[in-house]
Design a protein around this ligand. Structure first.
Ligand SMILES: C[S@@+](CC[C@H](N)C(=O)[O-])C[C@H]1O[C@@H](n2cnc3c(N)ncnc32)[C@H](O)[C@@H]1O
Length: 205
């Protein structure tokens, strides 16, 4: 199987052109997220892709550090930020494990459509918790592979074998909520646009 960087670099131009699948749900998630933001907030995003969501949120906070494993995704994101004249996003290449970041330095962490793509989901959640200031929020939206219908789950290894799908972790909502709780988060907001997706805002005490 390709590394995550190779996989996502290859599909970056196509990903940048693909439309939002459920515009109404996307707008709701943006609005809920912005309901938490304050103008002086420092925000960290991992798996930012081509930066579309960071660009929308940037005017509502002081600064966003937007990161991704794929340099190709980040090139597109940087070009979009330049074209839009947005100057308060720093784009950095790397993962939650590889990036050097100061503990308790962010008011919010965004992990959108990314948790299910990680091999060590528990480790990622613990790292997010460590990066947040006390009272900070972790905003996540994720596919619940464990809640997919049986035939979709059976299709994944086939698609992976031919290079059409990346690694996925198979948790359901209950398992995700348990992992967040074990890391020290409390669930502040939870919404399921459909049975196989969940949007959660989790708070650090
Ligand atoms: C499905 S896309 C989501 C992009 C964006 N968050 C969105 O909602 O449109 C997943 C993104 O995560 C990135 N990614 C995959 N594995 C990663 C990892 N271990 N660390 C950081 N980024 C990763 C990919 O390069 C890709 O840009």
């Amino acid at each position: 199987m390709k590394s995550p960087q190779q996989f996502w670099d290859k599909i970056a131009p196509r990903y940048a052109r693909s439309p939002i699948r459920d515009e109404k749900s996307y707008q709701k998630k943006l609005a809920v997220t912005q309901g938490y933001f304050r103008p002086d907030w420092s925000v960290f995003e991992f798996g930012c892709g081509t930066g579309s969501t960071a660009l929308i949120h940037a005017p509502h906070v002081r600064h966003i550090v937007a990161t991704d494993v794929s340099p190709r995704m980040l090139e597109i994101a940087e070009a979009k930020a330049r074209d839009a004249g947005i100057g308060n996003i720093s784009f950095r290449q790397g993962t939650l494990e590889s990036l050097e970041l100061e503990a308790e330095s962010f008011d919010a962490v965004l992990g959108l459509n990314i948790l299910h793509l990680l091999e060590d989901v528990e480790g990622a959640i613990a790292r997010v918790h460590a990066l947040l200031k006390p009272g900070g929020v972790f905003v996540s939206s994720t596919a619940l592979i464990g809640a997919l219908k049986f035939y979709w789950r059976m299709l994944i290894p086939v698609m992976q074998a031919v290079g059409f799908a990346p690694h996925v972790s198979r948790f359901d909502k209950q398992a995700l909520v348990a992992m967040l709780g074990a890391a020290g988060f409390s669930i502040d907001y939870e919404w399921q646009p459909n049975r196989a997706t969940v949007f959660i805002v989790a708070k650090k005490a």
